[in-house]
Design a protein around this ligand. Structure first.
Ligand SMILES: *[C@@H]1O[C@H](CO)[C@@H](O)[C@H](O)[C@H]1NC(C)=O
Ligand SMILES: *[C@@H]1O[C@H](CO)[C@@H](O)[C@H](O)[C@H]1NC(C)=O
Ligand SMILES: *[C@@H]1O[C@H](CO)[C@@H](O)[C@H](O)[C@H]1NC(C)=O
Ligand SMILES: *[C@@H]1O[C@H](CO)[C@@H](O)[C@H](O)[C@H]1NC(C)=O
Ligand SMILES: *[C@@H]1O[C@H](CO)[C@@H](O)[C@H](O)[C@H]1NC(C)=O
Length: 265
């Protein structure tokens, strides 16, 4: 079976799940999740050993609050070759899809399933292809794009920061605040993937970056990155300041707070 055919089956599956979900209230503001996120308590899906393997631990508490958005992220993480001849992270470019119509406990297996397809896709299939197929088969499911930007505080620091932008998504078409539907974040928690840390990216808590007292975007106040599949560089040597590598990555983001928090239903 061709990759495109297989992918379309998955997309139809998610549409079917959406169709069976509850519909939002008629007077709901634009721009929010497709389905309700109210039952989504992240502490119920964080493995109990999450903080046992080093790193900067996740907050040790119950959050008792709901994400405004839950997104599947499909794309690549970039690596450049550092001075030591080993791979150094250099940002990412990924595409984000609304998965609020799936129960939270299904996000991890669904994300692994998509990761399997993405990993198996031939090199001719790019992340952009996945976006166009997904949009044509499940209009409205594409939420936006995730990439990294230069340090907004200190242009010469050489640091990069994660950014998410939903401004061009179909859900924001009629939203008068869509120019603020982005977020630049730092990292407050970083722990190794609890299942396969050599292959899968770290799990993160990413609070919005505050510059001169101003939040860098209003999409969310805090993002959790969980359920990683792939994304880590291989343990190989490379030619310093010459080689470049892209590693496929499939994972989930949960976005908390932000301007659209009042769309949760
Ligand atoms: C986290 O909370 C649990 C239960 O309250 C407690 O036993 C544990 O020591 C706490 N761990 C840290 C690192 O604070
Ligand atoms: C990562 O690679 C993509 C695709 O080549 C590119 O568009 C993007 O700018 C790169 N990101 C960084 C931070 O280098
Ligand atoms: C900006 O980053 C550079 C390089 O790390 C550093 O030398 C400089 O002190 C930083 N400037 C500020 C204002 O933090
Ligand atoms: C935007 O508004 C137009 C006109 O009311 C409507 O036809 C369209 O469905 C809306 N689009 C979205 C994504 O809400
Ligand atoms: C990476 O490879 C080196 C040399 O082959 C080895 O010593 C090291 O343990 C490996 N690290 C990991 C994380 O596999």
């Amino acid at each position: 079976m061709s990759f495109t055919k297989l992918f379309s089956i998955v997309s139809l599956l998610s549409v079917a799940l959406c169709a069976s979900a509850q519909s939002p209230p008629a007077n709901r503001p634009t721009g929010g999740s497709i389905c309700t996120t109210k039952p989504f308590l992240v502490e119920t899906v964080l493995p109990p050993n999450l903080n046992d393997n080093g790193g900067t631990p996740f907050p040790n508490k119950t959050f008792a609050t709901y994400p405004t958005y839950t997104a599947l992220s499909v794309g690549v993480q970039n690596y450049t070759c550092g001075d030591a001849g080993t791979w150094a992270p250099a940002g990412a470019i990924t595409y984000l899809y609304d998965i609020s119509c799936l129960p939270l406990e299904h996000h991890k297996p669904f994300t692994s399933f998509i990761a399997g397809l993405w990993e198996a896709a031939p090199p001719s299939v790019t992340a952009d292809d996945i976006v166009s197929w997904t949009e044509s088969m499940s209009p409205g499911v594409a939420l936006g794009i995730h990439y990294w930007v230069a340090d907004p505080v200190n242009a010469t620091s050489g640091k990069i920061f994660a950014k998410w932008d939903f401004g061009a998504s179909e859900r924001m078409t009629n939203d008068t605040h869509k120019d603020h539907a982005f977020l630049v974040a730092s990292e407050s928690s970083v722990v190794p993937d609890p299942f396969d840390p050599v292959f899968n990216s770290a799990w993160l808590v990413e609070p919005v970056l505050v510059v001169d007292g101003q939040k860098s975007g209003e999409l969310a106040d805090q993002v959790f990155r969980i359920n990683s599949n792939g994304g880590q560089a291989p343990n190989t040597t490379c030619r310093p300041n010459f080689d470049f590598l892209q590693v496929k990555s499939t994972l989930d983001f949960l976005f908390y707070g932000g301007h659209w928090a009042d769309t949760i239903f």
